[in-house]
Design a protein around this ligand. Sequence first.
Ligand SMILES: NC(=O)c1ccc[n+]([C@@H]2O[C@H](COP(=O)([O-])OP(=O)(O)OC[C@H]3O[C@@H](n4cnc5c(N)ncnc54)[C@H](O)[C@@H]3O)[C@@H](O)[C@H]2O)c1
Length: 319
Amino acid sequence: MTYLITGGAGFIGTNYCLYFLNFSKHKDDLLVVVDKLTYASNDLVIKLSKENKRVIFVKEDITRYNKMNLIFKQYHFDYVINFAAESHVDRSIVNPKLFIVNNINGTLNLLKLSLKYKVKRFHQVSTDEVYGATLLNSSYRFKENDLLSPTNPYSVSKASSDLLTLSFFKTYGLNVTISRCSNNFGMYQYEEKLIPLVIKNAMNNHKIPVYGNGNNIRDWINVKDHVYALDEIVQKGKSGEIYNISTHNAHSNIELIKFILKVLNKDESLIEYVKDRKGHDLRYALDTTKLNEELGVKFNNSKFFEDLEEYVLKITKGQ
Ligand SMILES: NC(=O)c1ccc[n+]([C@@H]2O[C@H](COP(=O)([O-])OP(=O)(O)OC[C@H]3O[C@@H](n4cnc5c(N)ncnc54)[C@H](O)[C@@H]3O)[C@@H](O)[C@H]2O)c1
């Protein structure tokens, strides 16, 4: 089977490629990675493509339909997994148009080409942010069929891409699945995101900016768990269906920052409270019954702090 992985030089895409190459179930499969290499990319997949015949890297922008058409024509993809997106909420608040044009048009091109070249399955990698926020003290968890209520240009672009994907299933009968995952941590994440930023600033004894009072809650997942669940959805998920992915590790930003400072043996005086992000969502939470029961994908969530500590220490050792 031949897989197109768009955005495969980014954080989660790179981790998916590593998972793909390390597991025997994909040992006869070919990976074609397309990435336009923004500031958020890293070069691991490019290096892998030079060493491993099962990986091909193509530098291209998914919003360029004619160029993508040539790539689809050349490789006859069986599976398309779309990770490619502008992904940082703060940047979307400064430059909303980039997110709308890049994320929505890019997804539309991939859907059109998946239909044209009869791919077996198109998978859209989405986010818990499309549901909007719940209240801090609420125990509600969003289910896959809940109303979408995105609150910033990034999450609007992701919700729109989800709806476009579903429209290709309903209108044209394209075989699609969508996964909506919570916040990821792990290797190869660009340093502007919360956890790598905290580690970098703490290591350099620089101030750690914390939005508002730091009480906003995010639900964290090890990126290795995300890519495993995502692959299971691509293989076993039902066409036209959405699956939430979470390991239910909800922690406030300040709790997480204090934990990282403790691991690094740094003082909490590095924390600096700054003006809150515009429209800052209070809390995200996902119901994962569908993933757990229909696909049998279950996680042990008691390892969160252990995994986070291991990751923080890996970064400090430059691994
Ligand atoms: N990071 C998270 O916690 C998280 C959680 C849930 C969902 N997601 C989703 O997962 C996907 C990957 O996220 P990430 O954290 O790895 O993001 P990232 O910013 O680290 O990587 C995105 C990659 O996509 C590439 N890209 C962007 N636009 C492109 C285009 N037009 N053509 C080709 N390549 C393009 C970039 O060069 C980059 O390599 C995104 O769709 C994001 O919305 C992320």
